[in-house]
Structures are given as structure tokens and as C-alpha cells.
Design a protein around this ligand. Structure first.
Ligand code: ZN
Length: 303
């Protein structure tokens, strides 16, 4: 997936974060929540066990950390051209492409206005309205502050080296688009189904994750044809077969069965939270090929 040459980026929706950053948004305790459900973040891979993750209220209100300031400076100087070679700038540009697509598609397909989530690029530990979290859990979305949290080091260190995902930029963009899918589910009220039925091959959690993959596919379907605001050229000028292959390789790499196998564990569908490699591949492709939110109804589908 290639961004067009030239052009600036609106970086205002993305900030550098990390322990102590963005003072006022420090963690409230986990437990309160929308509709009486605990507010739990939705991580990209593996089941989220709040105990294991040390999800507790951050109490470390120091000055903005060095990494947060460095990320912020990096983000501020991103332009569209750099988004083709630089991971941080690619994340920023992808959030803008997602905004363009969903601002058009959500009113068209669901009669709702899109509200862009915030995105935080961080490393190490970060305080969120879902509690404190660390990079170890991979990219995640917190419904309580409607913020997507990404550590750029995750892509090489975990996704590629440990799990065998693709190093291509398209793979990183798919991950960002998947997290934005969770934001859409929060807007639509579907995200809670994940917590109501958290495990198993046809659980609510798996259906929520597969739907986020499908929404990522939907974004890819429209990404190269949706004009920039004001009728400008689309931010993305190409999406090739090898981009789609890179995304599929990555979707398969983060399938629960593959993660279990690569960790030396036995494949245990009853513990699945995100779906198998085959399911993730299939639902990304459903969104990509059909471009329809209705086609992404994983809750009504037989799994
Ligand atoms: Zn997810």
C-alpha cells in the first residue's frame, strides 16, 4: 500500500505517550464502566487477563517521559511521503486514511457520523482509562478513553520475529485498521459482547475480533478510492496483490491456533479469544472483497 507523493498530514489526532505522558488522562481504576460492564482494553492478540497484565490505576504522574516527547517530535514532523518508509509516520497516515474512509462509509452504510478515535504511540508502560498497560500486550484499544495504543517496536520484534507476520507496511496498516474496528464497535455498542462471552471458537470475543478484521478489510476496500477531504486525491494510491498477501500472512500469524503452536502449546479452541488463522484470513477478505458492513455481521454468522 503506497501513499501518494507529496502532501502534508494532519497529525493532531496522534500523540506520543508513555508513563507520565498526557497528564490528565491517567488511569482511572478498572471496574466502572459502560453499561455496567468492566472497562477492559481489547488487545491485538492473546486473551487479556487483567491480573496478568497488571491492569491497575497508574499513580505515576511525573513529567512527560522522554519517549513520549521523542514520539511527539517524530509525529509532528511526519509528512505523507515519509509514511511509505517510516513506521511512526505510517501509523499517522493510516489513521488519516481510516478517518477519510469511515467518515464516508459510516453515514452511507449505517446512518451514523464517524467520530475519530485518538491514537497514542508509546513504548514501555502507558496509563489509560482502562488502567495501566505495557507494550508487552501488543497494540490495543481502550473503549473507556476511545484511544488506540500502539508501540511501533511491536511490529518487528513480535509480529515479524516471533509470530512470522509480514514486515510489509501493509501489515502494519492492517493492525491499525483492526484497532479502529474496535472503535467502531464501541460506537455501535457491539464491543461489550467480547466481555459477555470471552472465550471459545464461537464466543462473543472471537466474533468481535473477527468483525474488527472484517472492518479492516472494508477500509482496505475503499482506501485507494476515497478522496481526501475537500475532494483531494486519496491518500493511498495503490494496494497490490502482494499487499493483500502481506495482510493475510499477518492475519494468519495472529490466529489463536498459530500463536498456541508457535508458543509450543497444544491447540485448544476452548481458550481462543481472537479466532484461528483461517477465520482471521477469511473475515479480513470478506470485508476487503465486499466492502459492506452488513457482510461483517460476525454475530449472525455460523462460526
Ligand atoms: Zn482486536
Amino acid at each position: 500500500m503506497t501513499f501518494r507523493q507529496g502532501g502534508s498530514l494532519d497529525t493532531s489526532g496522534v500523540s506520543g505517550g508513555g508513563r507520565g505522558g498526557r497528564g490528565g488522562r491517567r488511569g482511572m481504576a478498572v471496574g466502572g464502566g459502560v453499561g455496567g460492564l468492566a472497562i477492559v482494553l481489547v488487545a491485538l492478540f492473546l486473551g487479556v487477563d487483567p491480573g496478568q497484565l497488571g491492569l491497575q490505576s497508574g499513580d505515576n504522574g511525573g513529567p512527560q517521559s522522554d519517549s513520549a516527547q521523542e514520539f511527539q517530535a517524530h509525529i509532528d514532523q511526519c509528512d505523507l511521503e515519509q509514511a511509505n518508509t517510516d513506521t511512526v509516520c505510517r501509523i499517522v497516515a493510516t489513521t488519516e486514511s481510516l478517518e477519510d474512509v469511515w467518515t464516508t462509509q459510516l453515514p452511507d452504510q449505517a446512518g451514523m457520523r464517524w467520530v475519530q478515535p485518538h491514537t497514542t504511540i508509546f513504548t514501555g508502560d502507558v496509563d489509560t482509562a482502562c488502567g495501566a498497560a505495557s507494550s508487552d500486550i501488543g497494540p490495543f484499544y481502550c473503549p473507556a478513553d476511545q484511544d488506540v495504543y500502539l508501540d511501533p517496536a511491536f511490529f518487528d520484534q513480535v509480529l515479524v520475529d516471533r509470530l512470522g507476520g509480514s514486515p510489509a507496511g501493509a501489515a502494519q496498516m492492517y493492525v491499525v485498521a483492526h484497532e479502529f474496528g474496535h472503535h467502531l464497535q464501541t460506537m455501535l455498542g457491539d464491543i461489550r459482547r467480547s466481555q459477555q462471552d470471552p472465550q471459545g471458537p464461537s464466543s462473543g470475543a472471537v466474533r468481535v475480533e473477527l468483525q474488527a478484521d472484517c472492518y479492516a478489510g472494508l477500509w482496505a476496500h475503499y482506501a485507494t478510492s476515497t478522496p481526501a477531504p475537500g475532494g483531494g486525491e486519496p491518500l493511498l494510491e495503490s494496494l497490490t496483490r502482494s499487499d493483500v498477501d502481506a495482510i493475510i500472512q499477518t492475519a494468519e500469524a495472529i490466529g489463536d491456533d498459530h500463536i498456541q503452536k508457535s508458543g509450543g502449546a497444544r491447540v485448544d479452541p476452548d481458550s481462543w479469544t481472537h479466532g484461528s488463522s483461517e477465520m482471521r484470513r477469511q473475515w479480513f477478505l470478506t470485508g476487503y472483497e465486499q466492502g459492506s458492513m452488513q457482510a461483517c455481521d460476525t454475530f449472525g454468522a455460523r462460526l
